[in-house]
Design a protein around this ligand. Structure first.
Ligand code: NDP
Length: 277
C-alpha cells in the first residue's frame, strides 16, 4: 500500500488523514495516510522516505523548509518559496503548493465571491501567506497590503511577489492609517495560541469579507473581531483545507475528488464541537 503523510508540528489534530481517506474510498484507491508530528523536519522526512513514503503534505511551521528539501519545484511552489505538497519523482522530492488554488477555489466556488479589484490586507508572512498571496494576485485582487509581527518577513514576501506597484508591506502599528479593506485574510497562526493580534476596527466596513485560513477554535478570535466590526462575510479555512487537499490528491493519484461530501461532514463536526464548548 502506498504511504502518504502530513508532516508538521503540532499536527495531532490535523483533519488531513480523514480527508484523504474519504477521497481514497470514493476513488477506490488504497493508501495509508498518517499524521507525522515532526520536531526535526529533515529527519522525519528521511524516516518517512525510508518507510516507503511517496507523497506528503507539509503544514506549519515547515512549508519554507520543505521547499529547500526539494530537487525540483513546480511554478506555484517556486513563486511561493513554500511547499505544501511533496511528490516522490525520479528518486528525489518534487515540491508543489496547492494552498493558493485551494483558497481561491473555496472563495470563488463554494462562497461565490468575486475577488477582482478587492483592496486586500494579508495578515502574516509565513508559509500559508506565501502560498495564498500569488493565487490571490492571479485571481485579480487589487492592491495587496501585507503586515506581519516581524516586519522583515512581510518585506521579504513582498519582494518575492515582485509587483512593487501593487504589493505593499506595511508595519502592523501603522495599518490603522490605511482605511477599510474589501478583503482581509488572516494567515497568522496566532489563533492556535488562543490569541489574536490587536487590530483597529477601522479596517472593517460593510463591504469587507474576512477570511481566516484557520478553522475551528483557532479561527474564533479573528472571525469574532471581524463580525464585531460589521463585516459582510466571515469565512473560516475549512473549505480551503478540503480544496487544497483535493488538489494534492489529484497531483498524487491523477483523479480529482469530489469535495462537497467530506466538507459537509467536517462542517457538521465543527458545529457540534463549537456548540459542545
Ligand atoms: P507559519 O508558522 O509558517 O507562520 C505563522 C505566521 O503567523 C507568521 O506570519 C507569524 O508571524 C504569525 N504569528 C504566529 N503567532 C503570532 C502571534 N501571536 N501574533 C501575531 N502573529 C503571529 O504557519 P503557516 O503560515 O503555515 O500557517 C498559518 C495559519 O494558516 C495556521 O493557523 C494554519 O493552520 C493556517 N493554514 C490553513 C490552511 C488551510 O488549508 N485551511 C493552509 C495553510 C495554513 P512571525 O513571522 O512574526 O513569527
Amino acid at each position: 500500500m502506498k504511504r502518504y503523510a502530513v508532516i508538521g508540528h503540532p499536527v495531532a489534530h490535523s483533519l488531513s488523514p480523514r480527508i484523504h481517506a474519504a477521497f481514497a474510498r470514493e476513488a477506490g484507491i488504497e493508501l495509508d495516510y498518517r499524521a507525522i508530528d515532526a520536531t526535526d523536519f529533515d529527519a522525519s522526512l528521511a524516516d518517512f522516505l525510508a518507510a516507503g513514503g511517496v507523497g506528503a503534505n507539509v503544514t506549519l511551521p515547515y512549508k519554507q523548509r520543505a521547499a529547500k528539501a526539494c530537487a525540483t519545484l513546480g511554478e506555484r511552489a517556486r513563486r511561493a518559496g513554500a511547499v505544501n505538497t511533496l511528490i516522490r519523482r525520479d528518486d528525489s522530492w518534487h515540491g508543489d503548493n496547492t494552498d493558493g488554488a485551494g483558497l481561491v477555489r473555496d472563495l470563488t466556488g463554494r462562497n461565490r465571491l468575486d475577488l477582482r479589484g478587492r483592496r486586500t490586507l494579508l495578515l502574516g508572512a509565513g508559509g500559508g501567506s506565501r502560498g495564498v498571496a500569488p493565487a490571490l494576485l492571479d485571481a485579480g485582487i487589487g492592491d495587496l497590503y501585507i503586515v506581519n509581527r516581524h516586519a522583515e518577513r512581510a518585506d521579504a514576501l513582498a519582494d518575492a511577489l515582485g509587483e512593487p506597484g501593487r504589493v505593499h508591506p506595511r508595519y502592523l502599528d501603522d495599518i490603522a492609517s490605511h482605511g477599510e479593506f474589501d478583503l482581509i485574510v488572516n494567515a497568522t497562526s496566532a489563533g492556535h495560541e488562543g490569541v489574536f493580534p490587536s487590530l483597529p476596527m477601522s479596517l472593517i466596513g460593510p463591504r469587507t469579507t474576512a477570511v481566516d485560513l484557520s478553522y475551528g477554535e483557532a479561527s474564533i478570535g479573528f472571525l469574532s473581531w471581524a463580525r464585531g466590526g460589521g463585516c459582510r462575510e466571515a469565512i473560516d479555512g475549512l473549505g480551503m483545507l478540503v480544496e487544497q487537499a483535493a488538489e494534492s490528491f489529484e497531483l498524487w493519484h491523477g483523479v480529482r475528488p469530489y469535495t462537497d461530501a467530506i466538507y459537509g461532514q467536517l462542517r457538521e463536526r465543527d458545529a457540534a464541537l463549537v456548540s459542545a464548548d
